[in-house]
Design a protein around this ligand. Structure first.
Ligand code: HEC
Ligand code: HEC
Ligand code: HEC
Ligand code: HEC
Ligand code: HEC
Ligand code: HEC
Length: 209
């Protein structure tokens, strides 16, 4: 039935634009409400009713730029699998969730797929402890949030320890915190002790270390 509607639309509705929304399969989700109406079909569909990833990205430049650089979650999906409506359905009413998190839901999201694995304490804390406005370092995403009221996002965090953690050593030990620390606890500093053993020289090397 939907396929038929699409084929019919391909032949008539986009070209005929105007009249009523009779060919739309249903109301768009809240975030896309301003795109309702026959004048806007081509913002997402190319003439011929096909959905266009490129048109989605033309508006969602926050995703386009990361895809171009192969960064973040969307940038790591293979080109062949990055078909937007596999995970973002629409026309299912205003309250419909645009984001399909997959079978395991948001809590079960595989964070490694973003390029930043959650280790140690990071795997135990709430998503929102990191994904909060205060910690966003990317200027483009900060600007997006200030111009798009009510926008929620997982974009824009930094990945260096010092992007989120206060430097207790006030710059004296450099910015490469993970040379001495990991995500389990700050004290002790496990890698620091290891580095110290190595620095002590080969004759003091402990084969068990
Ligand atoms: C904000 C983007 C957006 C706009 C604007 C939009 N659509 Fe869609 N449309 C979609 C998405 C996404 C799907 C795929 C839904 C899915 O896979 O669940 C879709 C699917 C469809 C389908 C079903 C295609 C199929 O093969 O199942 C038709 C028909 C359709 N849209 C017509 C329209 C018409 C007519 C308009 C203008 C009145 C319109 N759409 C406006 C995003 C949009
Ligand atoms: C003309 C601009 C425009 C086009 C085209 C467009 N969107 Fe959007 N989209 C928005 C706006 C505006 C929002 C609401 C959030 C915001 O203000 O940034 C939104 C929200 C979303 C969200 C939810 C974001 C969130 O955090 O809740 C997803 C997912 C999304 N769009 C995917 C798509 C997909 C997939 C397409 C193509 C089928 C598409 N969009 C086409 C403007 C657009
Ligand atoms: C310790 C901090 C931390 C916690 C906790 C955390 N995240 Fe993240 N998350 C990050 C960082 C850092 C990135 C950025 C990776 C990048 O952009 O390169 C990220 C990126 C993401 C992205 C990808 C955004 C994109 O499109 O590229 C999603 C989605 C995400 N996190 C979801 C979650 C969810 C869901 C949870 C809870 C189950 C969670 N995160 C918990 C730090 C965290
Ligand atoms: C394999 C599934 C999948 C595909 C394919 C996919 N997305 Fe997403 N998208 C997600 C998930 C999961 C999230 C929620 C995590 C996040 O915010 O990054 C998301 C989030 C988003 C957001 C909100 C980002 C934020 O946090 O502010 C936008 C906008 C978006 N997608 C657009 C797109 C567009 C455009 C395409 C096609 C080029 C696309 N997506 C393809 C799964 C997908
Ligand atoms: C995107 C932000 C973010 C990044 C990047 C990040 N962390 Fe965290 N980390 C947090 C948050 C939020 C918490 C929980 C609140 C807190 O303890 O500060 C946390 C907790 C921790 C804890 C547990 C602290 C405790 O007292 O239990 C350690 C240890 C830690 N992080 C180490 C690291 C190290 C090492 C790196 C770099 C490899 C790093 N973090 C990168 C946000 C981040
Ligand atoms: C050259 C090694 C080294 C580097 C690099 C380093 N630290 Fe440390 N850090 C230590 C040692 C050693 C301690 C003390 C551990 C103990 O008391 O067991 C420590 C302690 C800490 C503590 C705990 C302080 C307290 O008293 O509770 C925090 C927090 C911390 N470091 C954060 C950072 C951050 C953030 C960075 C990066 C900006 C960083 N460290 C870089 C070696 C290092």
């Amino acid at each position: 039935m939907r396929r038929l509607a699409a084929a019919f639309c391909a032949a008539f509705c986009l070209a005929a634009a105007a009249r009523a929304d009779i060919f739309s399969p249903g109301p768009l989700a809240h975030g896309h409400a301003k795109l309702e109406g026959l004048n806007n079909c081509t913002q997402c569909h190319v003439a011929g009713a096909q959905l266009s990833n490129q048109r989605c990205l033309d508006c969602h430049t926050e995703i386009r730029d990361r895809v171009a650089k192969h960064e973040g979650f969307h940038g790591r999906i293979s080109d062949a699998d990055r078909t937007c409506n596999k995970c973002h359905h629409d026309h299912q009413g205003r309250d419909f969730e645009l984001i399909d998190w997959g079978k395991k839901g948001k809590k079960g999201f595989d964070h490694k797929s973003t390029g930043f694995a959650l280790n140690g304490k990071h795997a135990q804390i709430d998503c929102a402890q990191c994904h909060e406005k205060r910690l966003i370092v990317d200027k483009g995403i900060r600007d997006l949030l200030s111009t798009h009221a009510g926008r929620d996002t997982h974009l824009g965090l930094g990945t260096r320890c010092s992007d989120c953690h206060f430097d207790e050593h006030r710059g004296q030990l450099g910015t490469s915190c993970s040379d001495c620390h990991n995500e389990r606890s700050w004290k002790p500093a496990p890698r620091f002790d290891h580095a110290r053993t190595a620095l002590a020289g080969p004759e003091r090397h402990d084969p068990r270390a």
